[in-house]
Design a protein around this ligand. Sequence first.
Ligand code: GLY
Length: 566
Amino acid sequence: MRVLLLILVIICASCKNDQHIPEVKKPQLGVIADSAMVVSAREEASRIGLNIMKEKGGNAFDAMIATEFALAVVFPYAGNLGGGGFMVFRTQYGEIGALDYREKAPMAASRDMYLDTDGNFISDKSKTGALAIGVPGTVAGMFAVHEKYGSLQMDEILAPVIALASEGYLLTADQAERFNFYNSIFEEVNGTESIYSNDWKENDRFINTAIAETFKRIALNGRSEFYEGETADLLVKYLSSKKGIITKKDLLNYEAVWREPVIFDYKELKIISMAPPSSGGICLAQILNAVEEFPIDEYGHNQTRSMQVIIEASRRAYADRSQFLGDPEFVDIPVDSLISPYYLKDRMNNFSFDKATPSTEISYGEPLGKESTETTHYSIVDAYGNAIAATTTLNAAFGSKMYSNELGFFFNNEMDDFSAKPGVPNMFGLIGGEANSIAPQKRMLSSMTPTIIEKNGEFWMSVGTPGGSTIITSVMQTILNVYEYDMTMQDAVNAPRFHHQWLPDQVLVEPQGFDRIILDSLSSKGYLINQEDAPVIGKVDAILKRTNGTLEGGADIRGDDTAVGY
Ligand code: GLY
């Protein structure tokens, strides 16, 4: 009886203020480097990017192009030539900016193109096959970067990528498993066998001569090879044979766009993140601004109160996302109002620690002056002090599963990021409205959140992740883990994550690493905890500048991600 009482006393003491004190683990440091670093989803891509800087004397922008293209070879799951992405940068001189190389709807796209005659959403059509594909932006994006900030010749940057594709690379266990899982789907969608049609095993060498030839033509002929040349001809011919609607005019009209990033403060941090057509920067600003009002460091990491604050801030941000955000060339977005601290304070007014705010009681707000799970992220810092955060995607794993044997790459299914029918969720469960409806030449809303952070006017962190709608909340938690909970970059990236996106009204929680007492406490307050549907939330890759000036890489243990530096 005495023992029982003692146990009860200990449990009650540790649950004070809904706090459960976890055992203290020794901090784990990631890879440390003095000068430069690349963190990406695959070691080969990280090394190619690093060598461009270390061996060839290139800068972070040259390294970005090499890493992005290497990921198209070594990580076809999300790395791409047939997709698009976003990049946020800070130069050695403190200049900041953002590049949008997001896909666009083809000219023949139309608002109701995924609805049947009764107005029902045929969800497969926006996800699989040629109609799901947006006009790819990656090649235009890399040439835009090269033109403005590159220092090496494009053929020099492409040489190791071509070698990687033609000499091949060794498959990891994860990669072999994925290829084997998907290859029958590729055959079904494309009606033919491909280089993926095999029984792959870990350490098998995977060679892609078709993509090597595509890269050789790009090295020779430049940007126009992809948008007007032989590659464009092969691309349009292939997609047309599969009832696709992308024409040569769509390719000719594609341009990457330099954009003003979303910039906001969180305490002493200046956070620079992606602007629309990604929702990333705005939602990140909304969540962090709302969280800033609460002493979440005192509440503790992944404790009831800190999780409540983050969940409720996220719920409100995602409700606004569905109403206000879309391609800025098609809709007026009240960016300043949406991220104004006054507006966000007001949005949190009906939040109480006593119980969850049901999402049915949360709609989008009324900002003053009312007037977008598979992707991949890499972070790069060079020895000059240039920093890059870039997130690139085919949308779903291997995108639309459409693969051209002649070109050697997959095509995106980014059209599913549009709101095909108001109120009907896309593959990430995201609900959208008019602002993100389909229109010819429009960019679909994204959640990609490549982010650079300054502290005391200096570069402090480059961070981002894949994960569809969970991208924003994964980036947000990683920032808080370092800033509020003093974690190392590696620990911050590894730490267990959770996610709420307004609808569905549930808290996705990774199965490992959360305290049962905390989750039960949240359930008792009305939060629906779902630990079944998200075995992994995000794969964050990040670089932190430490107080002693060295760089620490955070390469997510959830994937094959690797940090390399010198
Ligand atoms: N395709 C996922 C996103 O852009 O959010």
